[in-house]
Design a protein. Structure first.
Length: 156
């Protein structure tokens, strides 16, 4: 079983405050799953990072990772997928990774260091999260079938 406290612990381990200060786990659709930050950040601040990461990923997923330099600092977005380890992955438009991992740091952290740490953690998370792929990926079914399946039976 995958526990949220374990995910938070793993995210905390990658941090090296004050420079690498925030790690965020999110869905490709932009839903916040878990985060760790030192010093502590509000959920609203983390949601801003999530929004930036989601947009960055949509624009850069064909390259296998995303990088943005913002007012919040440097942000790297890497996919978590069953094949996260090894060479850089190129994703076709229709492929959705299991999750996305975002690391947020100051300008004192080099881009390469952020990428290396992000890919290492993504590789570590890929196997346990891969077991839940059918439960956590976005359904590709038609809206009509989904709507019909979600209707509750009528009460008489």
């Amino acid at each position: 079983m995958l526990m949220l406290s374990s995910l938070n612990g793993l995210l905390s381990q990658v941090l090296s405050p004050p420079n690498l200060h925030t790690a965020v786990l999110l869905s490709p659709a932009g839903e916040l799953v878990s985060f760790a930050s030192q010093p502590s950040r509000s959920k609203d601040q983390v949601r801003i990072i999530v929004g930036l990461c989601t947009e960055t990923w949509q624009e850069t997923k064909q390259f296998g990772c995303g990088m943005i330099d913002s007012e919040l600092g440097r942000i790297v977005v890497v996919p978590i997928d069953e094949f996260s380890t090894g060479t850089q992955q190129i994703f076709p438009d229709e492929h959705q990774p299991l999750m996305l991992l975002a690391l947020n740091a100051t300008d004192a952290v080099e881009w390469e260091e952020l990428l290396v740490k992000g890919k290492a953690l993504a590789g570590h998370l890929s196997k346990p999260l891969g077991k839940y792929r059918e439960h956590i990926t976005i359904s590709q079914s038609s809206p009509t079938a989904t709507a019909a399946a979600s209707l509750a039976p009528m009460r008489t």
